[in-house]
Design a protein. Structure first.
Length: 157
């Protein structure tokens, strides 16, 4: 099992590299750096990553191959994001966790996702999630000049 090597550039941006020990091929180096990136992502407390940049050098005769990836880690999926868990390797996750801990790394805090409308209540005390209006109805009421409170009151039964 190879050693995981990485550098943290920002809170959520890391460069992960792999150098094939002995003679090896570029494809092997790339495959391992993908696995290491996913493993670091998992160890760092994220669920997805997006490759920002990647490079590799093919080993010529009597030379070794290497590869590196600069990736941004995310707490949720999205366009061009890859799930960390699926491609990670438990041994690399453990190695990365230990290295992160030695460097004093703190995992990201998961922010509670809530909007002011979702947290709002109407005068009767009914939460917004009990609203029964369609998007079209809400849009029509907004175009007619009703305030958010009026629309909310009209849509909660």
């Amino acid at each position: 099992m190879a050693v995981i090597t990485f550098t943290q550039l920002d809170d959520d941006v890391f460069v992960v590299s792999h150098r094939v020990k002995g003679l090896g091929l570029r494809g092997k180096a790339m495959k391992l750096v993908y696995t290491k990136t996913a493993s670091l992502c998992t160890a760092a407390g994220f669920s997805h990553f997006k490759i920002l940049d990647q490079e590799s050098e093919t080993g010529q005769q009597y030379e070794v191959a290497n590869a590196s990836i600069r990736a941004r880690f995310y707490l949720e999926g999205g366009d061009e994001r890859v799930g960390c868990e699926r491609s990670s390797n438990p041994s690399y996750v453990e190695q990365a966790s230990e290295k992160l801990a030695r460097k004093g790394y703190r995992p990201p805090e998961r922010k509670a996702e809530s909007s002011s409308a979702a947290d709002s209540e109407v005068p009767g005390g009914n939460p917004v999630d009990e609203a029964t209006c369609t998007i079209e109805q809400v849009a029509a009421m907004a175009r007619s000049g009703l305030t958010d409170e009026q629309i909310l009151a009209a849509c909660v039964q």
